[in-house]
Write a protein that binds this ligand. Structure first.
Ligand code: VG1
Ligand code: CO
Length: 542
């Protein structure tokens, strides 16, 4: 049954910020997916007879690759695979299954917030036994294997039924099809005060959760409506579709604008939220107020002790470098550690495993904790609900009180998508070349205090990750950060992150773009964004 099939390397299989992401037609090339999966296995040791978790966000091509992965796992000697029914497992749910059943690791098929469909995006990533994304050392090893691969192993077992819960034998290996929601719902129930949340909904609290036709639909239905008694219709767009209904499953102010508009409208529900393609991101909008992801991390950290799972307090907070410093002020007040990592959840794993951080967050709508080793969209929503229930206040009150206590970090990210790669690289190269000469100079009346290319020294394993984003820091604490996306699949995406701290309570209700106008102009002066990209304005502002 086991076959060894000759193949040729593809040279473009370098994992990015979160796994390998390419257009579906790229993945459909002969042996393209097989090469990458075999390279994952070739970079690992000691999995013979062990269990592999396989699941995905249900996007186009998910089922096909799941079948390939099952057959290859059998041929490579895994003893068992656990696969989500219908091929579905949200990224945080997969992380939980890996941890709960102490499996060897897992393969997650997703391109996350990127669109899906025959001409859109697909992705594959590997998560290790701690439930977290493969660290850089491993992704580098996988990439090296992809460049040298000459054959892969698969088993001729035909299509395995992944739609019926239960256990079957295939190719000398056990395949267990599991309920994708049950273990995750149980975990959430162990962390949050479900009685208080049921009482909240019973009291007439209204919420809207937009699953964006992506993977969190079944999770939100089960948890919010079935277990917590939220009215039917609370979860919207809850059926996962292979093309996400033709939309970007990216919960931001552009792609979830309908939700924003509803939350700002006269008949807004009390609370609005959305999640992305694979369920690890969250968008939080209170009635009449949008909560910036960077603020959300800080506010959740400041209030987490109100939820049963965190009543002992936090050991530390970690945030990615471009994420605003709002969380730093909370850590300072709590007297706990604060860690600044490069972009991408894989950098939080060591801190979480070592017990140095309890809550982590990224400005890109990613928040999570030590309950799994991925960011977790629904978890963030439930923690917000638990805080609202415990404090008996509205989201707007909580946000404004937080700003009053800690000051407000005005924050925005400007994305220039699908820029020609050469032009984007030229911008970064030029910027890098002049970093040394920037400190001490002034732009738009603001003096630059320092400028560098962020390098991370992991305090747990001492590894060093360089060139993780260019920071220009001004006197007084404002900053602009520039980096190129590592998740896009066509051209280059330039991300510009802009932040200004405002301690003065009487200046906490400015429009964000206006509050940052000088810095936005300065970013262009410093990096020549318009001239390099040829764009007059960003494609997406969040
Ligand atoms: C983006 C975000 C980053 C996030 C990554 C994966 O990466 O900026 O914070 O961890 O996506 O998120 P990049 O390299 O494009 O900036 V997900 O929800 O797409 O797995
Ligand atoms: Co995601």
């Amino acid at each position: 049954m086991i076959q060894t099939i000759a193949t040729k390397p593809y040279l473009d299989q370098k994992p990015g910020t979160s796994g390998l992401r390419k257009k579906v037609p790229v993945f459909q090339q002969e042996h393209y997916a097989e090469n990458f999966i075999q390279s994952i296995f070739d970079a690992l040791d000691g999995f013979k007879g062990k269990t592999l978790v396989i699941g995905g966000d249900g996007r186009f091509y998910n089922r096909e690759v799941i079948q390939k992965a099952i057959a290859m796992a059998a041929a490579n000697g895994f003893g068992k695979v656990m696969v989500g029914q219908g091929g579905i497992l949200s990224t945080p749910a997969a992380s939980n299954v890996i941890r709960k059943y102490k499996t060897f690791g897992g393969i997650i098929l997703s391109a996350s917030h990127n669109p899906g469909g025959p001409h859109e995006d697909f992705g594959i990533k590997y998560n290790a036994g701690n439930g977290g994304p493969a660290p850089e050392k491993l992704t580098d090893a996988i990439f090296a294997k992809t460049k040298a691969i000459s054959s892969f192993k698969t088993a001729d077992i035909g299509a395995v039924d992944i739609d019926t819960i239960g256990t079957v034998e295939a190719g000398g290996m056990t395949v267990e099809v599991i309920d994708p929601v049950a273990d995750y719902a149980e975990l959430m129930e162990s962390l949050f005060d479900f009685d208080a949340l049921r009482a909240l909904f019973k009291s007439g609290f209204r919420m809207r959760f937009d699953a964006m036709h992506a993977v969190t639909g079944p999770y939100a239905k089960e948890i919010l409506e079935n277990r917590l008694g939220a009215p039917k219709g609370t979860a919207r767009n809850f059926i996962p579709l292979p093309d996400f209904g033709g939309h970007h499953p990216d919960p931001n102010l552009v792609h979830a604008k309908h939700l924003y508009d509803e939350m700002m409208g006269p008949d807004a529900p009390d609370f609005g939220a959305a999640s992305d393609g694979d369920g690890d991101r969250n968008l939080i909008i209170g009635k009449g107020i949008f909560v910036t992801p960077s603020d959300s991390v800080a506010m959740l950290a400041a209030n987490a002790h109100l939820a049963p799972g965190y009543k002992a307090g936090l050991t530390g907070i970690a945030r990615s470098m471009p994420t605003s410093g709002a969380a730093d002020r909370v850590a300072e007040k709590l007297g706990i550690g604060i860690y600044e990592t490069p972009t991408g959840w894989k950098f939080f794993g060591n801190l979480l495993d070592a017990g140095m951080a309890t809550i982590c967050g990224e400005e890109s709508a990613g928040t999570g904790s030590n309950h799994v080793r991925e960011k977790d969209g629904l978890w963030a929503v439930l923690l917000w609900l638990n805080v609202l229930a415990a404090r008996g206040e509205s989201a707007k009150q909580i946000v404004t009180e937080h700003w009053a206590a800690y000051g407000r970090n005005y924050y925005s990210r400007h994305d220039y998508e699908e820029v020609e790669t050469d032009r984007a690289n030229a911008l970064i190269d030029e910027l890098r070349a002049k970093l040394g000469s920037l400190p001490g100079t002034s732009v738009r009346g603001m003096k630059i205090a320092s400028a560098d290319d962020f390098a991370y020294h992991d305090p747990v394993d001492s590894s060093i990750s360089e060139n993780q984003g260019i920071r220009v820091l001004f006197e007084g604490g404002s900053r602009v950060v520039f980096r190129l996306s590592g998740t896009g699949t066509s051209g280059a995406t330039l991300r510009v992150y802009i932040e200004r701290y405002e301690p003065d309570k009487s200046r906490h209700d400015l429009d964000t773009q206006e509050a940052l106008a000088d810095l936005i102009a300065a970013a262009d002066d410093i990096a020549g964004i318009k001239s390099h990209t040829g764009r007059a304005k960003p494609s997406v502002i969040t």
